[in-house]
Design a protein around this ligand. Structure first.
Ligand SMILES: [Zn+2]
Ligand SMILES: [Zn+2]
Length: 188
């Protein structure tokens, strides 16, 4: 079995018996699979296992990890975080399912070249595990809203006005509660 990028030659497996499996520890550059602003800054590491089953090749990915750059939501600085995915499994089918509605969610064995390309699977899994609001560290102080100074590096003398919370509708709630307790008293 030979490897080219994240494409694996599965000819021997396809011709072999069901249940036969092969495993690889990969350390692979996957930059090309990602858009310009989300390219990983390290190779992807994972343990990949391919197993022949009746309908295709079962692919299991274990301990997937790669480092990606993110922009901190608070201070705007770039930072690098390792994204890890412990365990993912997918079947790459031999045949297309004509009735399948979401054809883009179905992976196939390339029977012409006898290969399985797991690039897209890896890309999707990694992106799925990106932080929704990236923050460089839990203790990031962010930028001063007045002068824009990075409060992690420096302090400034700006006075930040406390925003007092105004709740114009609060009075309605008070009135409602008074009315409700009033009617309760009548009932009892
Ligand atoms: Zn930050
Ligand atoms: Zn300031």
């Amino acid at each position: 079995m030979s490897i080219k990028g994240c494409t694996f030659d599965v000819g021997d497996l396809v011709r072999g018996e069901q249940g036969v499996a092969v495993s690889f520890d990969i350390k692979q550059s996957i930059e090309k699979a990602f858009a310009e602003n989300e390219k990983p800054v390290s190779p992807l590491q994972a343990t990949v296992t391919f197993m022949k089953i009746a309908e295709g090749i079962h692919v299991s990915l274990k301990n997937m990890c790669a480092k990606f750059p993110f922009i901190c939501n608070k201070c705007g600085k770039e930072f690098v975080r390792e994204i890890t995915v412990n365990d993912r499994e997918r079947v790459y089918f031999f045949e297309e399912d004509k009735e399948e509605k979401d054809i883009f969610d179905r992976y196939h064995v390339d029977l012409k070249n006898m290969t399985v390309d797991i690039t897209e699977l890896i890309r999707q899994e990694m992106i799925l595990h990106f932080p929704t609001i990236p923050v460089c560290s839990k203790s990031c102080k962010g930028l001063c809203p007045v002068c824009g100074a990075d409060l992690n590096d420096t302090s400034c003398s700006c006075t930040v006005q406390e925003v007092t919370e105004e709740k114009p509708l609060a009075i309605l709630k008070t009135l409602y509660n008074a009315k409700a307790s009033g009617s309760e008293e009548k009932n009892s």
